[in-house]
Design a protein around this ligand. Structure first.
Ligand SMILES: [Zn+2]
Length: 243
């Protein structure tokens, strides 16, 4: 697991605004968590090995207070204890957004609002509609709630995003290569070319000849960048994230 590049200002704000009040951190807990976070995640390390004496000195608390604080932070999910021995503790220090009881969904929603602001700046072609969760609904909405391939009506429970040109063939995560698909088409298409898959659907009787031509036209329009998704407003993105 790679330690992603951190937005330290964001982490610090989350610590003050969310972690401390929601986990009811005492002054000692807070000093210990801050110190461990500083020495692990802010240095690019996921795990940290330390002795209680080292921690007590660093956080300016007594050894007894440091030990108690570590126990409480483990119980509250801010730390994950990997090892404890005479040599010391090994813990994984969780970032504020990784602590379940802090309400990661809400924090992630805040982050999601920021990411698409880059997209709103105009660089739609570079936007990643798969990895940026808040952008995924825009692709589903563009297809009008139907599977791009078989035209079956979709519900949020059965829909997924499918790569027209599979990733193994160099297909990207942009709006020109992602379509809303039912789970059946998604699993049956696999690494086939979209045109071949559509013909197969027609042979299977799941598309009429007229629908097949319509799908070919849609494919051409998609590749030409003519099927641009409407980006959701920040409030819509919040609602999507909350689902
Ligand atoms: Zn389908």
């Amino acid at each position: 697991m790679k330690n992603k590049k951190l937005n330290v200002v964001h982490v610090w704000k989350q610590l003050e605004d969310l972690v401390v009040p929601r986990l009811h951190l005492s002054v000692h807990d807070r000093a210990v968590y801050s110190h461990l976070l500083r020495r692990s995640r802010l240095e690019g390390r996921l795990e940290l090995r330390f002795s209680i004496l080292w921690l007590a000195r660093g956080a300016c608390v007594s050894g007894w207070a440091a030990r108690k604080a570590v126990r409480r932070l483990v119980a509250k999910g801010a730390l994950r204890l990997a090892e404890r021995s005479r040599a010391g503790h090994v813990v994984k220090v969780r970032l504020p957004e990784e602590i379940r009881s802090v309400g990661a969904g809400k924090i992630a929603a805040c982050a999601a609002v920021r990411v698409p602001s880059v997209v709103n700046g105009g660089d739609l072609e570079m936007a990643d509609f798969l990895e940026t969760r808040a952008l995924r609904p825009a692709i589903h909405a563009r297809e009008g709630g139907r599977c791009f391939y078989c035209l079956r009506r979709l519900t949020p429970m059965v829909r997924c995003l499918d790569h027209v040109v599979p990733r193994v063939r160099g297909g990207r995560n942009g709006y020109r290569n992602l379509v809303s698909s039912c789970a059946v088409c998604n699993s049956q298409k696999r690494e086939r070319r979209a045109e071949d898959f559509l013909r197969w659907l027609c042979r299977e009787g799941r598309l009429s000849a007229g629908e097949l031509s319509g799908r070919f036209r849609a494919l051409a329009r998609l590749a030409a960048g003519k099927l641009r998704p409407a980006l959701p407003s920040p409030s819509q993105r919040d609602r999507e994230k909350g689902r």
